[in-house]
Ligand binder design. Structure first.
Ligand code: OAD
Length: 264
């Protein structure tokens, strides 16, 4: 493993000659937009542990409470703007032959920044699903007009179309994410505590298959020792500069040039 470091020339150089880049993001990428993360000091809402609210059991027992939490989160996200990290990720997308953005975030900020097809592994906070018919629908009212909201067609409770603890990931999205991890040359892991599987396993899948894996985080995580490097710092500071430097290589025609630099 490379020592923890600031932005490094070898990372820029490696990204510059990678054809396949996969980026995995977590709630840390939206933190500078004012969206709370899940752990650390953001771990509670109105004295409830957020991890305990994000379960089917909590919803079944207290649907109005869980929807009030989602209404609070939706209002926060509606006021938030994508930050420099979201925009940098969107700028990197066209520079790679195979680019895949995988996010655990449900806030939709990557799309608002211009990313075209993020794989939303944990769903999207702006959609709801009928608990009876399992049909999904956009639910854009903000604040919600009815708490808890009900299906317009059958009157059953709606639930947020997100993945809760103990629930499987959407199989198509996960399969595409797994393939993107398996086949990429480089993976950036941005603002995730890497504690929630299976998303947290994806960097190790990439590493196992020969990719360079670098995380960008304000602190070390359980995967730090298992990957190539950790860039310690805020995603909104690091990613725009990284994108500028990688894109500048492309502009000078050097992005695809073979290199003798060997970092592993
Ligand atoms: P966490 O709250 O677990 O982790 C956020 C990570 O972002 C931490 O490692 C922070 O150090 C880092 N971080 C905070 N601010 C940052 C910044 N400005 N720049 C870079 N890094 C920063 O959130 P996730 O890893 O996204 O799942 O959590 C994963 C999943 O657990 C979530 O999708 C959610 C949650 O419970 C479900 O709800 C199923």
């Amino acid at each position: 493993m490379e020592p923890a470091t600031d932005m490094t020339d070898w990372l820029v150089e490696r990204l510059g000659r990678s054809r396949g880049l996969t980026i995995l993001t977590g709630s840390g990428v939206s933190h500078e937009s004012g969206v709370p993360t899940f752990r650390g000091k953001d771990a509670f809402w109105e004295k409830h542990r957020v991890e305990e609210l994000a379960t089917w059991q909590a919803f079944e027992a207290h649907p109005e409470l869980v929807w009030r939490w989602y209404d609070y989160r939706r209002r926060g996200v509606a006021e938030a703007q994508p930050n420099g990290a979201h925009f940098a990720i969107a700028r990197l997308e066209p520079a790679f032959d195979a680019f895949v953005l995988i996010t655990q975030n449900v806030d939709g900020l990557h799309r608002r920044a211009g990313s075209t097809d993020p794989l939303e592994l944990h769903g999207n906070i702006w959609r709801a699903r009928c608990t009876r018919e399992h049909t999904t629908t956009d639910l854009l009212d903000c604040p919600l007009r009815e708490l808890p909201p009900r299906c317009e067609k059958c009157g059953a409770l709606l639930r947020p179309d997100v993945v809760w603890f103990g629930e499987p990931l959407p199989p198509d999205e996960y399969e595409r994410a797994y393939e993107a991890a398996r086949n990429c040359d480089a993976m950036l892991v941005v603002g995730t505590s890497a504690m929630v599987r299976p998303a947290a396993s994806l960097p190790l899948v990439a590493k196992h298959n020969g990719a360079m894996v670098v995380e960008i985080n304000v602190s070390f995580t359980p995967i730090s020792a298992l990957i190539d490097a950790t860039l310690l710092g805020r995603a909104g500071d690091i990613l725009p500069e990284l994108a500028d430097r990688v894109l500048a290589l492309g502009a000078t025609g050097a992005a695809r040039a073979p290199s003798r630099v060997h970092v592993r």
